[in-house]
Ligand binder design. Structure first.
Ligand code: ATP
Ligand code: MG
Length: 476
């Protein structure tokens, strides 16, 4: 299984140290949260889904040892790495006895930090998948963390075998939820660049006028507010892989600059005169039809050909056939078994039939969400039709596959999928609250989202914390 973006919490009262450490961790591709003391750290642990804690030992309020103890009480599997000053190894030994994963000494050695973080997160992954002892990694149908048996996926494996460990640019296309990001990460993880950063840029999420400085960085004084200079994503990805997601959304004005950076492997920071050279492997992805964009003037043809050196088209689930759908469903059952502490073996024949007949317009992401919900609902060792959401049970979505492909880009369909998703979310949340007797903190942990996130979602879905969903202690 490939890693999702792991979340690391850095707790230290020294702002400089927090900054340096989180910058390094971010550069390595992790998502970083910071807290300035143990009390704040604990609060963040409760509110976020943290995979690893790195904490200083000596801190005001709650110190590192206390944080370690409380963190392990919250989640016994959570790895905690201690930061100690040189020469205070005694404390570190005590921390190890209390269950700390490892310790690092100040001043940091980047390589050492990187190695410990990787090891700690790997341990975390293994403990999360205890329920699936067999190693899927090299099994046919499970290669690269990408699941499938269909001819289309076998072809994908063959291309990955050939291009993963090359510097070649790859353009991944496919509808929403077909696994584009998964494949991009697989390319990186299976290349000799795997120990270097994987940097993702979501071109649709970055405002037009920030795009250039995001990609190429800027020099101090380049514009109002540029008080220091900053490297861009190209520089951060140096030696590794740059993943340009939703490349179809990159503003036309930026396309020439991007083309040059790709062709020459060089660029200048905004406001800079020095030409910077980097060694970066570029993988791009899009769910829009770039050929159409070219025709309408929204995308440069020369850039398209530069990106499309190796095209990888990910088929929608409906083209992959029943066998793939069932393989994926089975994989997600295992995944959520581990997460939700269930023991489900498989789906019964009728449930399998509904799963294979349903036209998955949200593709694998939608299937994954449906299985997660079903696993949560299921009280026995087999998923049954009753555990599936109404639309899958009744096969309600458009049955005509040609209409589905045509509609796939239409707003109407997006609305439909969105509505189905929020119904699903709602059911999941209600069920989680039921299971935890209305305890929002526990429900959030079950759903693997932050407590604040859950509260927001509840509000959005009109699920106010009513009498029966309130935390028990708040009941009169
Ligand atoms: N072949 C596969 N095997 C296992 N899991 C998969 C596969 N394809 C996709 N997934 C899972 O489905 C979810 C959606 O995949 P991903 O985010 O890569 O899709 P995407 O194409 O980038 O979607 P979007 O266009 O919406 O960004 C992820 O959780 C991913 O791990
Ligand atoms: Mg994506």
């Amino acid at each position: 299984m490939l890693p999702e973006r792991k979340q690391i919490l850095v707790v230290d009262d020294e702002p400089n140290l927090r900054r340096v450490l989180s910058a390094q961790l971010e550069r390595d591709g992790w998502e970083v949260h910071t807290a300035e003391d143990g009390a704040m750290g604990l609060e963040m642990l409760r509110d976020n889904h943290i995979d690893l804690v790195i904490t200083d030992l000596r801190m005001p309020k709650v110190d590192g040892m206390e944080l370690l103890r409380q963190a392990r009480a919250l989640d016994a599997e959570l790895p905690v790495v201690m930061i100690t000053a040189h020469g205070t190894v005694d404390n570190a030994v005590e921390a190890l006895k209390t269950g700390a994963f490892d310790y690092i000494t100040k001043p940091f050695d980047q390589g050492e930090v990187r190695a410990i973080v990787r090891k700690a997160l790997k341990t975390r992954d293994l403990s999360a998948t205890d329920a699936t002892p067999q190693d899927h990694a090299n099994q046919e149908g499970f290669r690269y963390g990408i699941i499938g048996h269909s001819p289309a996926i076998k072809e994908l494996y063959a291309i990955l075998d050939r291009v993963a460990d090359t510097p070649t640019t790859v353009l991944i296309t496919g509808a929403s939820g077909t696994g584009k990001e998964l494949v991009a990460r697989a390319l990186h993880e299976n290349s000799s660049r795997r120990d270097m950063p994987f940097i993702k840029v979501n071109c649709a999420a970055i405002p037009k006028d920030l795009m250039e400085s995001e990609l190429f960085g800027y020099e101090r004084g380049a514009f109002t507010g540029a008080v220091t200079s900053k490297p861009g994503r190209f520089e951060l990805a140096s030696g590794g892989t740059l993943f340009l997601d939703e490349i179809g959304n990159i503003p036309v004005e930026m396309q020439v600059k991007l083309l040059r950076a790709l062709q020459e492997s060089e660029f200048e920071r905004v406001g800079g005169i020095k030409t910077i050279k980097v060694d970066v492997r570029v993988v791009a992805a899009t769910n829009s039809d770039l050929k159409k964009e070219i025709a309408s003037g929204g995308f440069r043809e020369d850039l398209y050909y530069r990106l499309n050196v190796v095209p990888l088209r990910l088929p929608p689930l409906c083209e992959r056939g029943a066998e793939d759908t069932l393989l994926l469903a089975q994989h997600f059952i295992q995944k959520f078994n581990a997460r939700l502490k269930k023991n489900i073996v498989d789906a019964d024949a009728e449930a399998k039939k509904r799963l294979t007949e349903y036209p998955w317009q949200g593709n694998i992401r939608e299937l994954e969400n449906v299985v997660e919900r079903a696993v949560l609902f299921c009280d026995t060792t087999q998923l049954r039709v009753g555990d599936l959401p109404a639309e899958v049970r009744e096969g309600r979505a458009a049955p005509d596959p040609t209409a589905a492909t045509e509609a796939a880009s239409s707003d109407g369909l997006k609305e439909q999928v969105k509505a189905a998703m929020s119904r699903l979310e709602r059911e999941l949340i209600v069920k989680a609250l039921e299971q935890t007797k209305g305890n929002v903190t526990h429900a959030a942990r079950l759903l693997k989202i932050s407590r604040k996130g859950l509260q927001l979602k509840m509000k959005e879905l009109g699920l106010r914390e009513s009498a029966e969903t309130k935390e028990p202690k708040k009941l009169a």
